[in-house]
Design a protein around this ligand. Sequence first.
Ligand code: FDA
Length: 322
Amino acid sequence: MLSKLIVGITLRMPRWFVRWVSRRYVAGTTLDDAVSVMKRLESEGACFTIDVLGEEISSMDEAQYFLDEYVRVMNAIVEHKLDSNLSIKPTAFGLLIDKEKGMANIESLVRQAAAHDMFVRLDMEDHRVTTETIQVVLDLHQKGLTNVGTVLQGRLHRTPNDIENVALAIGPNADYRICKGIYLEPEDIAYTTRGDIRSKTNEAIRMALEHGAYVGIASHDVPVVDYTLKTLDELNMGPMNTDPRKNAGPERNGKGPGYEFQMLLGVRGPMRRKLTKAGHRTRVYIPYGEKWYEYSIRRLQENPTIGLQIAKAFLMPWTNRP
Ligand code: FDA
């Protein structure tokens, strides 16, 4: 109820107010803004992944915009010698409009990124595209492009099967981000209570690690981070160690020993810095783009609990500092 009320109030607020609230979570409107934020956070020992914000597209011309913009991002990463991945939304590349062309767009970017030894992460969107997104990754690996991976959402019933299937298909080259999942999915396909989502996310993290994948743990939730640290300890994985898993993939250039922690820009900075200080690799997700307003509003509408988290960060700043 409270979350919905916060979203309702936000929708009536002037644009400048929403911009003021979101400036902590969005690097800015331009690529230069994103580069400035990364240069600032570099000194904290973080590495990055960049997300060009956008709304759901309705034509393949718009998909071309995303491809072009991500090529600009890639060149900026190289020019400024930043340690950064690319995070893309498959639907923004046209996957739901023209599957073949969408796939070709994604392949084009992944191929160009491979030439710079750069990793491309396919963000996971809602359940309409889960199967296709995983399939795109498997197809690209088949074509020899191993610098690509996706995201699996702890809340989905299917995730343990997906971990098994990806392991069978690409074995040690599997590289995924595990998160709770931001989309409120129906209960016939997803866990819906906070406790279940947390415990299933934890199970997915352990399972992915045990299957030898490179795992990005994307959570700001203290019990999830603590569970991961305990699991890493049990698997003899951790800072300064070489990856001890017999089924682990090849040494990934510039990546951690089999895992890394990932957090959103502006969220739980002290926890991220503490993990970095303890020797864990930490990556910050950096969104930027002109469509920051539409994007922020849509996210709030899709998942009103974000409104509550943002309000909490303002009213109780000690719970969540940038
Ligand atoms: P939880 O929601 O319990 O948050 C713990 C605490 O963190 C909150 O109490 C609050 O203080 C703070 N917090 C968390 N999220 C916040 C926010 N947005 N704003 C302000 N404070 C916040 N999902 C998806 O479906 N597909 C994807 O591809 C990705 N990609 C992704 C990348 C990265 C790097 C991260 C960190 C997350 C994602 N997610 C995602 C989102 C993810 O699925 C999940 O919805 C959020 O991370 C919130 O879940 P937590 O595990 O952080 O716990």
